[in-house]
Structure formats: C-alpha cells, structure tokens
Design a protein around this ligand. Structure first.
Ligand code: NDP
Length: 341
C-alpha cells in the first residue's frame, strides 16, 4: 500500500521515508516547495515510482490534503515547526495545531482506505518542569507549557512555546478521533510517537557550506559539543533524554504494522544525558573536541526528565541504538561535509 508522509524533507521524516520504502511500502511525501521536492526525489531515485513527492504549500489550509489521502492506507504526519527562537507563540502553535487538524480531517472526509494514522508528537507534550527529578509516562500531559504561554504570551520562554505547540497539536489529533469514532466515520486508529531529543546521522538536504543549516536538535548538538559554545557548568548540569533518529523512524514504520499500537501514545526514548556525556564520547573519537568539564562525574548527574520505557518495550521492543554509535555516525556525516574536524 501507499503511505502519505507529511514534511518528507525533514530530518526525522527522511529516515521514515527510507524505512517505509525499505519495508516495501509506496510513499507519497509532501513538501512545501518544488525546490525541496527535488532533493528527496533524487536521494531515493533507485525506488523509481514507489516514491512520489507532492507540494502542499500551506498545510494549515482546510482540505489541503484531500486529494492526497484518497488512495493511501496510512499517514505519517511529521510536519511541524521545531525551532527554538520564537517570538509570537503562534509561529509554532498555529501550524502545529492547524496542520494536524487539517491532515486528520482530510482523512476523516476522504481517506476511505486509511487504516492507521501516526502523528509525530514529542516528550515536550508530556514533560512538566518540576524542581525535583521525575519519571514520566504516557499518561502525563504537558499542560504546564500551555498555561505558561497563555499567561505570558510572547514573553514566555521558547521551550514552553514549542512544547505547548506539541501538546496542543497532539490533543487536537486525539480530539478528531474522539469526535468521529462513534459516528462510524473512521476506519482507522491513531498512534502518537513521542521522542525526546533526537540525534544521529542526518540524511536530509543540508547547505554544505553551513552547519547552521542543520535541523534544530542537531544544530544545538554540533554547536555545543563540537564548537564548545557553552561553559563547563552548563555542560555538566544541563541535559535531558534522547533517542537515535533511526529508532524514531523504526517506531514510525512499526506503528503501521503493529496491531496493538492502535490507539496508543508511545514514548520512544533511549536514555538520559548531560552535554558532557556527549563531549566525552565525541572526544574519544575525535581529539579536537574541546574537553569541557573534565571533573564531571556521570554518577553524580541528576536527570530531571526520565521516561518510563515499559510501553515501547511491550509494543515495539526496538533494540535501541546507543550513544557511541549515534555519535560515530554523526561525526562521519559532519566529516564528509567538511565541517569537522
Ligand atoms: P525538521 O525541521 O528537520 O523537519 C520539520 C518538517 O516540518 C520539515 O519538513 C518542515 O518543512 C516542516 N515544517 C516546519 N514548519 C512548517 C510549517 N509551518 N508548515 C508546514 N510544514 C512545516 O525537524 P525534525 O525532523 O526534527 O521534526 C519533525 C517532527 O519531529 C516535528 O513534529 C517535531 O516536533 C518532532 N520532534 C523532533 C525532535 C527532535 O529532537 N528533532 C524531538 C521530538 C519531536 P520545511 O523544510 O519546508 O520547513
């Protein structure tokens, strides 16, 4: 069958498209402009007409996806802004929410062959900031970020704006299901995948003369780990959880073929890190990496955002990629681009 992937040119989506094609699916990817279509098309040219790229200029427009859902069996909705320099919260919230609603409504109205819809959410839609460390699971919702944005508007911190966009978009997705499920209007179920920070090798189009053309998560990794843009205090104390991009893609592909994933919200997280952990691993492989906080002791690290892996293990059981492999493969790409060392 054919699968619709929104935002097919993105960091995560590129690996999702690859995984789907390798699993034997046909793919229709959407991008925002012709120029972005070409790179995706060329990258997967060996798959011939198993991949089709279409331009959807404005994903928030009602009916924007109507034509593109009619003949597909599943949707992977990944398109959503992940940026961390945000003024007006609606720069991220509007496209995240309206984009999600628009795709799902098109499926309700025209996706008669659709059996599954996967939405790329985020642990940003799950975590809440507390003074003490917490372990979160799929029953948790980040309403705190929504509240912060409601209270402070443009003055809220960018992380809260982005997290609010993910909470509101995911809630909107589940709401479309709830509204329609008892009306016999839908023949599919929803799966949401919630990754924490995603790292690992990029295969999307990049401006070879500029590492700052990397997507948000990799750009931060490149700047902080390799360029040493933060002080030792930051490196030793700031961190979160992470997962390799290839495992995120795997989850998106498995979400289509795993019956029991239907109706589930699933966190896919490999584990915790502080920036200094990445520095230490990268420096082992590449002595040019700045040493950072040399007296950092990982066993003293306090991790604020920990995720319960139980559900992922039960439903997918992915053999998750470890930090060393992820770092090695990122450094390889950065070296090929001439960005490092
Ligand atoms: P990218 O920036 O590489 O990809 C984002 C994709 O969404 C691109 O195709 C982009 O299109 C599209 N997009 C962005 N803004 C809009 C908009 N206003 N209207 C239409 N399309 C838009 O980021 P990622 O691959 O990292 O992100 C993909 C998904 O994964 C997002 O939903 C993100 O929230 C989620 N995620 C990412 C994590 C990470 O650490 N990377 C962690 C957890 C979740 P264009 O190229 O034209 O801008």
């Amino acid at each position: 069958g054919k699968v619709l992937v929104t935002g097919a040119n993105g960091y995560i989506a590129f690996w999702v498209v690859k995984g789907l094609l390798e699993a034997g699916f046909s793919v229709r990817g959407t991008v925002r402009s012709e120029t972005k279509a070409k790179y995706v098309q060329d990258y997967f040219q060996s798959y011939g007409d198993k991949l089709e790229i279409v331009v959807v200029e404005d994903i928030t427009k009602e009916g924007a996806f109507d034509e593109y859902v009619k003949d597909v069996v599943a949707i992977e909705h990944t398109a959503s802004p992940f940026i961390l320099q945000i003024d007006d919260p609606n720069e991220v919230i509007a496209p995240a929410v309206a984009g999600t609603t628009s795709v799902l409504q098109s499926v309700v109205d025209h996706g008669k062959n659709v059996r599954r819809v996967v939405v790329t959410s985020s642990t940003g839609a799950i975590l809440e900031v507390h003074p003490e460390p917490r372990t979160f699971n799929e029953s948790n919702w980040n309403d705190q970020a929504v509240q912060i944005v409601q209270d402070k508007g443009s003055a809220a911190d960018s992380a809260s704006k982005y997290r609010a966009s993910k909470t509101l978009a995911e809630r909107a997705a589940w709401k479309v299901v709830e509204i329609n499920k008892n009306k016999g209007k839908i023949n599919w179920d929803l799966v949401t995948i919630a990754p924490p920070f995603v790292y690992g090798p990029p295969i999307q189009e990049l401006n070879s003369s500029d590492p700052q053309s990397l997507n948000q998560s990799l750009k931060d990794w490149f700047n902080i780990v390799l360029l040493g843009t933060k002080d030792n205090e930051f490196l030793a104390n700031v961190g979160s959880s992470w997962v390799d991009v290839r495992d995120v893609a795997k989850a998106h592909v498995l979400a289509l073929s795993t019956e029991r994933a239907g109706g589930e919200r699933i966190i896919v997280s490999t584990g915790t890190w502080k920036w200094q952990d990445w520095v230490n691993i990268a420096r082992e492989m590449s002595p040019d990496v700045p040493a950072g906080a040399v007296d950092y002791n990982p066993s003293d690290a306090v991790h604020m955002f920990v995720y319960d892996p139980t559900k992922e293990k039960k439903i997918f059981g992915i053999d998750l990629i470890e930090k060393e492999e992820s770092v090695r493969d990122m450094l390889k790409v950065f070296a090929e681009k001439g960005w490092w060392p």
